[in-house]
Design a binder for this molecule. Sequence first.
Ligand code: GDP
Length: 295
Amino acid sequence: MFSNLQDKLERAFKVLKGQGNITEINVAETMKEIRKALLDADVNYKTAKTFTDQVKQKALGQNVINSISPGQLLTKIMNDELTALMGGTTSELDLSKNPTIILIAGLNGAGKTTFSGKLANYLKEKKGKKPLLVAGDVYRPAAIDQLEVLGNQVGVPVYTDRTSTDPIAIAKAGVEEGKKNGNNVIIIDTAGRLAVDEPLMVEISAVKEATQPHEILFVVDAMTGQDAVNTAKAFNDRLDFTGVVLTKLDGDTRGGAALSIKSVVNKPIKFIGTGEKMDALDVFHPDRMASRILG
Ligand code: GDP
């Protein structure tokens, strides 16, 4: 993950190597390289520009202490700024309601069903919760089977209704079922589409209205780069979601989405998916991700 970006940043830092001081000229040169590296990693243009401008300003404002090299100083500033760019601190799920209703949204293939299973597993194993999964992806019959298989794997019940093709009715019935059975978290998997379209937005908004979720998690494939950010914006404009789940960060992603999403939609990344298995889920920590990017 991020290997491309790491290599490029390393090269950018080399411009500063051997320089005794941070000067306007060598910082400007390095920032140009860093901006290029970020754009190549699919970071949104405005985000990359604002970011490098800020780093430059901070770097020039520093009194260079003799014991710290310009490269080290810039690494420290970059680390702080990357952390801030990704939201600063970890944003936890709000699980205070009983039951807490969590709606899962996103396009087809983003990893919603897989994430629903992972989240149920995480809440059961790490948070001592008693979740219920609700199979709301009515257009893809295999999705219902898939969620049942995952629920079985992680030992979490799954509410299904194969006789209905009404995602709103299913979501509502699922919530009622969970309340009846004493489930303190209800995770509703929903249908996606190949691309953002009006029927999808109308439908998911109606499911939101009908179930009044406490958390709406938007799931997006990190490999889709700039598209991930555009899709996030489209969903957020309609749904006002509470957090982002970036999936497939284990693959050969350039990682730009992780850096751009917070600044474009102003919603935190809450989880990252790092594989197909049910335990391949991490709570997102901006500081750890920043360290990983800087290598
Ligand atoms: P949905 O259509 O949004 O419900 O997407 P799925 O949950 O069916 O996932 C689509 C594909 O992506 C499946 O083959 C999953 O196994 C795979 N997938 C989901 N999350 C991850 C992840 O974090 N890493 C990897 N490598 N694959 C994932």
